[in-house]
Design a protein around this ligand. Structure first.
Ligand SMILES: NC(=O)c1ccc[n+]([C@@H]2O[C@H](COP(=O)([O-])OP(=O)(O)OC[C@H]3O[C@@H](n4cnc5c(N)ncnc54)[C@H](OP(=O)(O)O)[C@@H]3O)[C@@H](O)[C@H]2O)c1
Length: 435
């Protein structure tokens, strides 16, 4: 039986998951491939740390370039995370004519264009199934399964940490900080959670989904981003009263020949499928012009689900390799790499949505008309208002608006926040009803 040598860079959480899967499912992989995937080396700067998953000592090295340069290794798996030299490492592998599997969404979102171009030049591949939604094979869905469709919209719950925090808040388990600390204690949130809770991680994943779904090589600065740190228990209670759940959504929509690109907390109908995606789970809802709405759901992170995606990429590359095609069976996106689409990204001020506004106002006559008056100046009309109890001299008011542009809402909010009757900065959350 043929053997294909694999070089693994990074003996961390996912690296160990990959080793475990290659060991545990070795027979199944052999049966399916007709060849053996053999770990030829594992590189990591720290070889002394105790690991859950063991590997023969002779395979270990501190030098990732040793594996990248080894002519006997045709396939490289990069799982080193945010080490600053990672781009050079992948470029070195590509230039040595090796195909690369990576789960590194941050790297691909920032340097994907350069890396994919190098892969094309060298006639090899970069596969990245694990970089979005962990074990959920959403890259293959967009690259292959829905390739005949014009993608109209993508809505993703793609950050498990945020979804866990929001699920806990929706169940009345406490405020953001309390729940974050509990999640950190349970290992569901990083010690430094900024990349997750500020929406950076979700926007990296959205950049990849947009490239696949719409053929647009988007810059991160073109994606509007807002995290979940300002959400309060009162928002979940009010949203539920209006029949909504709150999720951090990564949204890309085709509208009048342009693509909306945004990551922010979003009110979605409580009865929608995405509203039921709880805890650390991920889901991506994709609408194609022929297929209609489709939904992909599963574990978006963790050692085993992510290893499932990484090894599925390895097996695909191994199949190509066995056929004598070291790369380029599929373009790196869903479009021809050499012909990026002409679509433009819609500037956020032009995006149209409905809004939820929660405010603390002085409890006195005429307040509502002052507020609706300011909104009316920007042509924003109110579709529902609730006064939620009374707190002495102030009263909490929650309102939903009809569709308005982001620019109009920004102007209205500036004016409203200046009114003497408004006691605290107004909480604004966008609403998506099409789910
Ligand atoms: N964790 C998840 O659930 C998940 C899900 C999807 C995608 N991913 C992606 O998968 C990748 C790996 O994540 P992870 O959770 O496995 O991270 P991790 O546990 O921190 O593992 C990374 C490993 O790479 C090592 N490393 C650092 N620099 C290296 C170098 N120059 N050469 C070789 N190894 C090096 C690190 O060593 P030191 O610790 O000694 O620095 C660490 O052992 C990341 O890109 C991440 O975004 C992770």
């Amino acid at each position: 039986m043929k053997t294909i040598a694999i070089g693994l860079l990074g003996y961390g959480t996912i690296g160990q998951g990959v080793i475990k899967l290659l060991q545990k499912n070795a027979r199944l992989i052999e049966d399916r491939l007709g060849a053996r995937l053999e770990l030829a080396g594992v590189a990591d700067p720290d070889l002394t740390r105790p690991r859950q998953v063991k590997v023969a000592k002779r395979l270990l090295t501190r030098d990732p370039f040793r594996l990248v340069r080894d002519p006997k290794i045709p396939l490289i798996v990069e799982l080193v995370g945010d080490w600053p030299g990672v781009k050079e490492l992948i470029l070195a592998a590509l230039r040595a004519k090796k195909s690369v599997v990576t789960a590194n969404k941050a790297l691909l979102a920032k340097h994907g264009a350069e890396l994919f171009a190098e892969a094309e030049k060298q006639g090899v591949d970069i596969y990245y199934e694990a970089s979005v939604a962990g074990g959920v094979p959403i890259i293959r869905v967009l690259r292959e399964g829905l390739i005949a469709n014009r993608i109209q919209a993508v809505y993703g719950i793609v950050n498990g940490t945020c979804n866990y925090l929001l699920t806990e808040m929706s169940q009345g388990r406490g405020d953001f900080q309390t729940i974050l600390q509990q999640a950190q204690a349970k290992g569901y949130a990083e010690a430094n959670p900024a990349s997750d809770v500020e929406g950076h991680d979700a926007s990296h994943k959205l950049a990849l989904l947009i490239r696949l779904g719409f053929g647009v090589p988007i810059r991160l600065s073109q994606i509007y981003r807002e995290g979940i740190t300002a959400l309060a228990p009162a928002d979940f209670e009010a949203a539920a009263e209006f029949g909504f759940a709150i999720k951090l959504l990564a949204i890309a929509k085709l509208k009048d020949g342009r693509v909306e690109a945004r990551v922010h907390p979003t009110l979605i109908p409580a009865g929608s499928l995405l509203a039921d995606v709880g805890g650390v789970f991920n889901a991506v809802y994709v609408v194609g012009d022929f297929v209609g709405p489709t939904l992909y759901y599963g574990r978006g992170a963790g050692m085993d689900p992510t290893a499932s995606a990484v090894v599925s990429d390895l097996m695909e590359l191994a199949r190509n390799y066995l056929r004598g095609e070291p790369g380029r069976r599929l373009p790196s996106g869903s479009f021809q790499d050499s012909r990026p689409q002409k679509l433009r990204v819609m500037p956020q001020p032009e995006v149209l949505t409905q809004y939820y506004l929660r405010m603390q106002v002085r409890d006195q006559p005429g307040v509502l008309s002052k507020i609706s008056g300011q909104l009316a100046k920007e042509n924003i009309s109110i579709s529902a208002v609730v006064q939620r109890g009374r707190g002495g001299k102030t009263a909490p008011i929650v309102m939903l608006t009809h569709t308005a542009s982001e620019a109009a809402m920004e102007k209205a909010l500036k004016r409203l926040n200046r009114l003497a009757v408004v006691q605290k900065p107004i909480q604004r959350i966008r609403i998506e009803t099409a789910l």
